[in-house]
Design a protein around this ligand. Structure first.
Ligand SMILES: [Fe+2]
Ligand SMILES: [Fe+2]
Length: 308
């Protein structure tokens, strides 16, 4: 059980405050919150049948670069078969409505992380049941963003330290919200929500631990890739596919993420669909990153809060 001090509140979509800012998150504190609603049992629904999720996923599959990744119909059907097994509690599904309405980027992002991580898991995780478990974590990995004010998620200029801390809060918030809805702090989705920004060399957040879980790493790489190839408010445009893959390759060279996931991602980006173990990666860099990009840049002088 991680011991984390929460610098910001954690509330549900219905504005039920689970933890105020300043709370030290302990097993006892989390168990007490879970116990408070143990009598409720949430109805579940297949994710793909919820709202327009299936139609939206198929639309996203047909836009570049995903149209190459999801080119092989047999592979797509295999992924859809796995995706169809994912059922989620209704309050978790309702967060998709929230994102679709107020932050469409996060809506498309969580669905594509869901689909892409499932595709990669089919290559890298031999156990079918583990693949299903992993698939169910993709659509919920960023659920904690419901606790981040929308103007911060959409800001086009550098964040202040406080705002940056608020964005990073989504990892712990997701861990708490999923523990609450699943009533199980050991659920893989909780671990993925908490750890998907951690890195192998300890340079990630929120805890700076060494990322060593293959399932979390598949979500982490899918998360980075999707964030690079989509337009984001804090930079002038998306990374082109080549540059995005080069950026991720560089992260493997720096031991932030492992090579196998990257090889699997690159293999799916090739029309010939080679096995990931056949992939050799060139060290040459030919891509051009977007000209304006303030991701990771902290605005000076706006905040000196010592907590961050
Ligand atoms: Fe995230
Ligand atoms: Fe994400």
């Amino acid at each position: 059980m991680p011991r984390i001090t929460l610098h910001h509140p954690i509330s549900t979509l219905l504005n039920q405050l689970l933890f105020p800012p300043g709370t030290l998150l302990t097993k006892e504190a989390l168990d007490a919150v879970i116990d408070s609603q143990r009598a409720y049992s949430y109805q579940t629904c297949p994710l793909l049948l919820y709202g327009s999720v299936k139609e939206d996923c198929l639309n996203f599959f047909s836009t570049p670069p995903y149209m190459t990744i999801f080119l092989d119909k047999k592979q797509v059907n295999g992924v859809l078969n796995l995706l169809e097994t994912v059922h989620l509690p209704i309050p978790i599904l309702q967060t998709l409505d929230y994102f679709k309405k107020f932050d469409f980027h996060t809506y498309s992002h969580v669905l594509m992380v869901f689909a892409l991580s499932t595709l990669l898991a089919k290559d890298l995780i031999p156990d079918y049941r583990e693949c299903i478990q992993l698939s169910a974590t993709g659509p919920t990995h960023d659920i904690g963003k419901i606790c981040v004010p929308l103007p911060m998620l959409k800001k086009t200029t550098p964040l202040t330290k406080t705002e940056r801390g608020f964005i990073e809060h989504h990892a712990a918030a997701g861990y708490v919200l999923l523990s609450y809805y699943y009533k199980d702090i050991q659920h893989l989705a909780c671990k993925v929500a908490l750890d998907h920004h951690e890195r192998r060399d300890g340079s990630g957040y929120p805890r700076g631990i060494l990322l060593n879980d293959p399932m979390v790493e598949i979500i982490a790489v899918s998360d980075i890739y999707d964030a690079l190839i989509k337009p984001r408010p804090y930079r002038s445009g998306p990374y082109d596919n080549r540059t995005a893959l080069e950026e991720i390759t560089e992260m493997a060279e720096q031991n932030k993420i492992g090579w196998d996931v990257i090889k699997a991602l690159i293999a799916h980006n090739r029309k010939s669909k080679p096995h990931y173990r056949e992939i050799t990666i060139s060290a040459e860099r030919r891509g051009t990153p977007p000209s304006y990009n303030v991701y990771g840049v902290i605005a000076e002088g706006e905040n000196t809060d010592p907590k961050y």
